[in-house]
Design a protein around this ligand. Structure first.
Ligand code: CA
Ligand code: CA
Length: 226
């Protein structure tokens, strides 16, 4: 084997499929709107009793108003919402007035890697910011998610794929959205933040092989991932 072939094999082994594909897709929401959103198609129904949801995001909206980060809604209810609110990051499971909020630093123009983990058996809930876990809080012990809703980025739905409010919309960049039907370990979440080339792919949402549909003014940007 000559040095050229060895070098090529080395390059191929370093450039894992994950890394190549994660260079491809950033969803940019350039301005406030009540029309721009991306609907994500999950690989399996959201009928589970635990999850890990991760995303990489940049936004300058900060603390001026509440901002939707992730919305999963059935025709009946807001089933799983993640918000940036005045007091921090919040998770709401089938409720609009009884969420759990964690006092954490706001998003900035430089990407933040954000995860939220929850498990029904204990209710243990945590946010993870750039690989570091918040304190645990107990929320919705014994709860199960209901399947057959719509997952969207960019807007908070108050009906099925509708009822959007401009003042709740997301403005900024979202990429690397992954979701699992289990709670990942601390090491896996830390690795996802530190090395996206070797991070695990979600078994419910996998940004690297995602089916999605863009509506309104969302710009899909290709380029070096942050
Ligand atoms: Ca709303
Ligand atoms: Ca809503």
């Amino acid at each position: 084997m000559n040095w050229g072939i060895i070098a090529l094999l080395l390059l191929l082994s370093l450039a894992s499929a994950n890394c190549v594909w994660s260079l491809g897709k950033v969803m940019l929401f350039p301005q406030e709107s009540d029309t721009a959103y991306v609907q994500l198609t999950p690989k399996k129904p959201l009928n589970f009793q635990a999850f890990t949801l991760c995303m990489r995001m940049s936004s300058e909206l900060n603390s001026n108003r509440e901002t939707i980060l992730f919305a999963y809604r059935t025709s009946q209810a807001d089933e799983l919402n993640v918000w940036r609110e005045l007091g921090g990051y919040s998770l709401y499971l089938r409720s609009s007035d009884d969420g759990v909020t964690f006092n954490l630093p706001p998003l900035t123009a430089v990407p933040t890697h954000l995860c939220v983990t929850w498990e029904s058996s204990t209710g243990a809930t945590a946010f993870w910011v750039n690989g570091r876990r918040s304190m645990l809080k107990i929320y919705r012990r014994g709860f199960s998610l209901t399947p057959n809703g719509a997952i969207i980025l960019g807007q908070d739905a108050d009906s099925y794929l509708g009822g959007f409010e401009k003042k709740q919309s997301f403005v900024g960049e979202i990429t690397d959205v992954h979701m699992w039907d289990m709670v990942l370990g601390a090491g896996q979440i830390k690795q996802m933040y530190e090395d996206q080339c070797r991070s695990p792919n979600g078994n419910v949402l996998d940004w690297n092989s995602l089916q999605y549909k863009i509506s309104g003014n969302v710009v899909e940007v290709s380029g070096p991932a942050a």
